[in-house]
Design a binder for this molecule. Structure first.
Ligand SMILES: Nc1ncnc2c1ncn2[C@@H]1O[C@H](COP(=O)(O)OP(=O)(O)O)[C@@H](O)[C@H]1O
Ligand SMILES: [Mg+2]
Length: 318
């Protein structure tokens, strides 16, 4: 499997501000890769450097195994954070315009535009000016414009920020469909952990211009600790249950307290049936059961002390 993007120790400063600091990551071919971090953490800056809109002060970057340049950047399709569609142009006209920038013209362009409009649920808006579309539709059109030239790397910068929850979910479906149909690699940024979790196979946590952790969502979540189930029962002779519970495959730890029993496992929800059978066998009536799973937010908090949604002040690091 090839490596599509490899960034090593990128540094980017603006006057009085370090925006990226030793920023490193690797994106493999075919992956949906998420940059997850709070506002101002440097996600869009990284994308601007990757796409050639700005240069890094130092560090190395490889795109499709080569130094980024005009040729390999042609294989990128970007849907920027701020919609780049023209409000006075119709959906079709926008698509044809963006296609033409990449040399997609004529019948091929019209066919591709029709296919994208239908795939993104915009067929009936084909001849409507972009300025008259709803926020969610304009966002989908912005995405479609990035796909006219069948890019090998699709970049979505905050695809759902500012959209209401229902429209956000609709956008997720669209993104999943695109990934099913194309063999492209995708890089998306978000500050919504649910979004990263719903869409991405790999996630890099970004905080104050640095990648603080990278991995599959399940791997990252393990960093915050195991999943737990808490149970309370009557009469509550938990010591008798302990040895039987320990025999259940995949149970890593049992803690008995006065108020109940805590069962830890990497995948605790699949163990609940076996756990409750032990309680039944010992004539313990379960009166309380709760399951807690560490979230990506928990991991981020543990690693950085910061919350995903709060804007983090970027200080100058020397
Ligand atoms: N052209 C610029 N001049 C000065 N500061 C900038 C510029 N572009 C971005 N920044 C700053 O860099 C930081 C990272 O911004 P950005 O990459 O947009 O973050 P994100 O996309 O993660 O929200 C922010 O503090 C922002 O104010
Ligand atoms: Mg941004």
């Amino acid at each position: 499997m090839g490596v599509v993007v490899e960034a090593e120790n990128l540094v980017k400063t603006y006057p009085g501000k370090v925006t990226l600091y030793n920023f490193s990551l690797k994106i493999n071919e075919g992956e949906v890769f998420g940059l997850l971090g709070p506002n101002g953490s440097g996600k869009s800056t990284f994308i601007r450097i990757l796409t050639g809109l700005e240069n890094a002060d130092s560090g190395k970057m490889q795109l499709f195994g080569k130094t980024p340049g005009k040729e390999n950047r042609k294989k990128i399709g970007v849907a920027p954070q701020e919609n780049s569609v023209y409000s006075m142009l119709t959906c079709m006209e926008n698509l044809l315009y963006f296609g033409s920038l990449y040399g997609v013209t004529g019948k091929k362009a019209t066919e591709k535009a029709e296919a994208l409009l239908s795939g993104l649920g915009l067929s009936d808006k084909k001849n409507v000016q972009a300025g008259f579309l709803s926020g969610g539709m304009r966002r989908r059109l912005n995405l479609a414009c990035a796909l006219m030239h069948d890019p090998k790397l699709i970049i979505l910068d905050e695809p759902t920020t500012g959209l209401d929850p229902a429209t956000r979910r609709r956008m997720w479906k669209t993104v999943i469909n695109i990934m099913k149909e194309s063999k492209a690699t995708m890089l998306l940024t978000t500050h919504y952990m649910e979004e990263a979790e719903a869409l991405c196979q790999k996630i890099a946590f970004v905080n104050e211009g640095q990648v603080v952790a990278e991995g599959r969502p399940s791997e990252l979540k393990r960093m915050a600790g195991r999943e737990m189930a808490k149970l309370r029962s009557i009469p509550g002779e938990y010591r008798k249950l302990e040895p039987l519970l320990m025999k259940i495959k995949g149970i890593e730890n049992i803690t008995v307290t006065e108020h109940g029993i805590v069962v830890e496992s990497d995948d605790v929800s699949t163990k609940i049936a076996a756990v409750t059978r032990v309680f039944e066998k010992k004539k313990e009536k379960i009166i309380e059961l709760s399951v807690s799973k560490p979230s990506l937010e928990d991991v981020f908090l543990k690693l950085t002390g910061a919350q995903l949604k709060e804007a983090v002040k970027v200080e100058i690091k020397k």
